[in-house]
Design a protein around this ligand. Structure first.
Ligand SMILES: [Zn+2]
Length: 392
């Protein structure tokens, strides 16, 4: 009996007449067949990564992949004018996979032959084989775990961590600009609250207090006129990152109290925590209020502390703090909800950092779309105030 073939770790797709029907630079339209979509989604759920080796204009081809809704599935795409074997080799290098675990799918026999010539271990397939691809043993890993299903996201996060390392101590502005980052901050609505909760749960490295807010508590705070629950989403030219940050703000006359800022480690390389802080500080400066931020050191959120200090927050004394440690700590919005349960008893270990805000310039590497909080709590927060009861 033949040995089970080595499972393919990454399938590298050609684009024209392979991943999509048609030739991008010649045809008005290219389209992805239902069959190709099924293969892409199924391989992804099996934890088999996918990439691209295509001779095309990079930006044009990537924009089309995004428009077709398949870009998210593809890691380290190699779209340019070089040899396919070099592109496939590069994919292997970037993912850390040996040639024997790579597969290449291309409609042109000459391209497959070129890859085979230079990389004999890479298994090559024709799009004619798409209907049976999912049934081939090499594309059917013996076990599929929840980690397999998340593998693509984990690799993406890995690349971002690498990027962060490479760009230390400061981000490479030119590179960031090339990403066309768009940060959208908006008031959390019902559909987003679950994601916000998940963020407070998963972002231990970048959670300013290490507190996890439950869905129920967040829902209450959303409808509380004295609170702003904001969610931040990030997009770049490669596609969306989804919800990557959450801000919990208690709005009082003369003082904004930043109770929580948490951002996803997936976007740490972009300095998004600092961008959000500076946006908020600028808003506070316009509103003419002081800002107080809760910070509790955990063994994992050192980076957030750096961001707060770098933004200008300090342990200085101010009249607005006294007021806070008095009445507000026992205020109704804190009682047993915000600092939920086992996570944190009372406010022990929470430092109150203070900032007298000044206008801030937002970086030109990220386009920020956000509501105008400085317009005042009432004018600026109609949804939180007058949200009608659900009719059903
Ligand atoms: Zn103050």
């Amino acid at each position: 009996m033949a040995d089970r073939p080595t499972t393919v770790k990454c399938l590298v797709w050609d684009l024209d007449n392979t991943l999509w029907q048609g030739t991008l630079l010649e045809d008005e339209q290219v389209s992805v067949t239902a069959e190709a979509r099924e293969v892409i989604a199924a391989l992804d759920s099996r934890g088999i990564l996918q990439s691209v080796a295509s001779r095309n204009d990079h930006d044009l081809a990537w924009a089309r992949l995004e428009a077709l809704g398949v870009a998210d599935y593809l890691l380290v795409p190699q779209i340019g004018w070089g040899r396919k074997s070099d592109a496939v080799r590069r994919v292997g290098e970037l993912l850390g996979f040996a040639a024997g675990t790579l597969a290449f799918l291309d409609d042109e026999p000459a391209e497959r032959a070129e890859v085979t010539f230079h990389l004999p271990e890479v298994r090559c397939y024709s799009p004619d084989q798409l209907p049976e691809l999912l049934r081939l043993a090499e594309f059917a890993p013996p076990t599929v775990t929840s980690d397999s299903r998340r593998r693509r996201l984990m690799y993406r996060a890995g690349f971002e961590r690498e990027a962060e390392r490479d760009s230390f101590p400061g981000p490479d502005e030119e590179f960031l600009r090339s990403l066309e980052l768009r940060l959208r901050i908006s008031r959390a609505d019902d559909s987003e609250l679950a994601r916000v909760e998940e963020l407070t749960l998963r972002t231990s490295q970048l959670n300013a207090t290490g507190v996890h807010y439950s869905d129920t508590v967040l829902r209450e705070l959303c409808t509380d006129p004295a609170h702003e629950v904001l969610v931040a989403g990030l997009t770049d030219r490669f596609g969306p990152y989804g919800a990557i940050g959450v801000i919990l703000l208690a709005v009082r006359p003369g003082r904004w109290h930043l109770k929580l800022l948490a951002t996803s480690c997936r976007v740490v390389a972009f300095g998004i925590g600092t961008v959000i802080l500076n946006w908020l500080i600028d808003q506070a400066a316009r509103a003419g209020v002081h800002v107080v931020a809760d910070f509790r050191r955990t063994d994992r959120n050192r980076m957030m502390e750096v961001a707060y200090r770098f933004a200008g927050f300090a342990g200085e004394d101010c009249g607005c703090l006294g007021e806070l440690s008095g009445a507000e700590l026992s205020g109704p919005e804190l009682s047993g909800t915000e600092l939920s349960g086992t996570e944190l008893s009372g406010t022990r270990g929470v430092q109150r950092l203070h900032l007298l805000p000044s206008r801030r310039e937002l970086p030109d590497t990220v386009r920020v779309e956000a509501p105008d909080l400085s317009a005042g709590p009432v004018a600026g927060h109609p949804a939180g105030r007058s949200r009608p009861a659900s009719p059903n």
